[in-house]
Design a binder for this molecule. Structure first.
Ligand code: G16
Length: 538
């Protein structure tokens, strides 16, 4: 039985942010770090209850706001197998955070006591990590405030890690008896890289080198620990924007989101004349990656998540063909509405690979990939994604007695590519391995198709919750009448498409426009943005 007085004391101590409305969004709770005390305390309770409901299996908690500015923070809960929290529990998390934020002392006391006493007599296990934000340690204290005092949880705190490391370490804690250390992550992925590159006699990258922009986030120090373990890469790689000690520089003028949204080089890259290196940018917690290079006119060319999907689909289709497994193992690509129309055409018409579209948020793409395919390739255009292999895939490969080079390569891919979640480091290794094996330069990779010109912008509105979508977020059902106006605007342009959706990680509405020329895409974007604002102030 939990003492009401204990609950009162804990709430008074840890839940200083009151009166806000919270929502477990695209990637957990996200907000200005100063507003998250209460959310962290509530998350400690929900994570423990989840672990108890799963008989004390390890549940992950990652404190991060990923691509958002340094002043924000956030938290998300990870299932024991490393996937995202199941959706019914997202609702529980939102309800509890809002009750503690806005309920009366008596309501809070009653609800928390109810939750704690109704839980089975099992000691919960939490696996915790955080990114490099300065607010991390304080928010961790608020989380531990409930997890320790109300549940006496068994806690493994990995300190500063990337989000994908935390997902990986959580799933490893489930499958391995004995201690799991961060070192395991480095060893597992560098070994897979070393093995696949030896198998294919890779001695150099197909570009003059690799430059990795770490967004001044936690990816920087992790890359410095990781790269020396990787053959070929250790000499070829330059790590930039790796100063995570300078808290304010996080995601500022650099990183995957900046590069993708602005379609330009990040700060920190100077002398690029005659440069034939391959570049990539991670985001603040290293769960996204986009690539780019400078073409012969020294112009920036982006190779985003759509290109990564296309590259993996091309390569794996070839391996399946060579190993005689094309009709045995199903392969498909999952995209969101942000995928460039040309990439969808290329996958469906050229590679003959099925493509499905889901709502934004890797949790949706992951679910689709796992449900439908033996090899599910999913990347959001922003570079967030992975390739997932099914039990049927592993079983089929076990029965292959003739171990051709293609079969051996297929067996190694799931070790190289993080199976729990999108991972900038592991995705980078996957892309580099494929390019090296195919001997494709960045320009060769880019030549597979030409992107339709596009523009993605943010529009700040008084209340983004008014923007309600359907059809995998491609159409609005509210505000009333806005979709019809957007459709009318789109019909005036060539090969055009536009959609509007509320962000789940920022207080803004996103407007995407695509058309036959950049000028048309820009014009369409301006018209749709104006329609969005008019719908708010009419
Ligand atoms: C998160 C999600 C991604 C999503 C992105 C933007 O990324 O994990 O799946 O694409 O937010 O979402 P929204 O458009 O709803 O703001 P990250 O890198 O911030 O964790």
């Amino acid at each position: 039985m939990v003492e009401g007085q204990l609950v009162d004391e804990l709430v008074a101590k840890y839940c200083t942010t009151r009166g806000y409305r919270y929502s477990y969004g695209t990637a957990g709770f996200r907000d200005d770090a100063g507003r998250l005390d209460t959310v962290m305390f509530a998350t400690g309770i929900i994570a423990c209850l989840r672990s108890i409901a799963l008989d004390g299996k390890p549940v992950g908690v990652m404190i991060t706001a990923s691509h958002n500015p340094a002043s924000d923070n956030g938290v998300k809960i990870v299932e024991p197998d490393g996937s995202m929290l199941v959706q019914t529990w997202e609702t529980r998390a939102t309800e509890l955070a809002n009750l503690i934020s806005s309920g009366s002392a008596a309501e809070i006391r009653r609800r928390i006591a109810e939750l704690v006493t109704s839980a089975a007599d099992v000691r919960p296990r939490l696996v915790i990590g955080r990114d490099s934000r300065v607010s991390g340690p304080h928010l961790l204290e608020c989380l531990l405030g409930s997890a320790n005092s109300l549940f006496q949880a068994q806690i493994k705190d990995y300190g500063l890690v990337t989000t994908p490391q935390l997902h990986y370490l959580t799933s490893r804690s489930l499958s391995v008896d004995g201690p799991v250390e961060e070192e395991d992550y480095f060893v597992d992925f560098s070994s897979a890289w070393n093995e696949i590159t030896r198998l294919h006699d890779v001695e150099r990258l197909p570009s003059a080198g690799l430059v990795v922009d770490c967004a001044n986030g936690i990816g920087g120090p992790k890359m410095h620990s990781f790269i020396p373990r990787c053959r070929v890469l250790s000499e070829a790689t330059t790590v930039i924007n790796d100063n995570c000690a300078d808290a304010l520089s996080l995601n500022r003028g650099c990183g995957a989101d900046f590069v993708k949204t602005n379609q330009r080089l990040p700060d920190g890259i100077r002398d690029t004349d005659g440069d034939s290196r391959l570049y990539c940018s991670f985001d603040g917690d290293a769960d996204r990656v986009v690539f780019y290079y400078l073409n012969e006119d020294n112009r920036f060319q982006l190779l985003d998540g759509d290109r990564i999907s296309a590259l993996f689909a091309y390569f794996i289709a070839q391996l399946l063909e060579q190993s005689g497994l094309r009709s045995v193992l199903s392969m498909g690509v999952v995209q969101t509405a942000y995928a460039n129309g040309s990439s969808t055409q290329y996958l469906q018409n050229h590679l003959k690979v099925p493509v499905t579209c889901t709502k934004t948020g890797v949790k949706h793409l992951h679910h689709e990939a796992v449900t439908h395919y033996d090899i599910g390739i999913y990347f959001e255009a922003n570079g967030h994604g992975t390739v997932i292999f099914s039990d049927h895939f592993y079983a089929t490969l076990r029965t292959q007695t003739h171990n051709s080079l293609a079969t051996k390569t297929l067996k190694l891919l799931p070790q190289l590519i993080n199976q729990t979640v999108g991972d900038a480091i592991s995705d980078m290794l996957g892309v580099l391995a494929v390019l090296s094996i195919l001997k494709w330069s960045p320009a060769r990779w880019a030549n597979e198709f030409t992107d339709l010109p596009n523009l993605l912008i943010k529009v700040i509105v008084p209340d983004r919750s008014q923007f309600i979508t359907t059809d995998q977020e491609r159409k609005l059902i509210s505000p009333e009448g806005l979709q019809e106006k957007i459709d009318k605007a789109v019909s005036k342009f060539h090969s055009a498409r536009s959609f509007v959706r509320a962000s789940g990680t920022e207080d803004a509405v996103r407007v995407y426009a695509e058309a036959a020329t950049q000028q048309e895409a820009n014009e369409l974007s301006a018209i749709v943005s104006k329609l969005v604002l008019e719908s708010c102030y009419k």
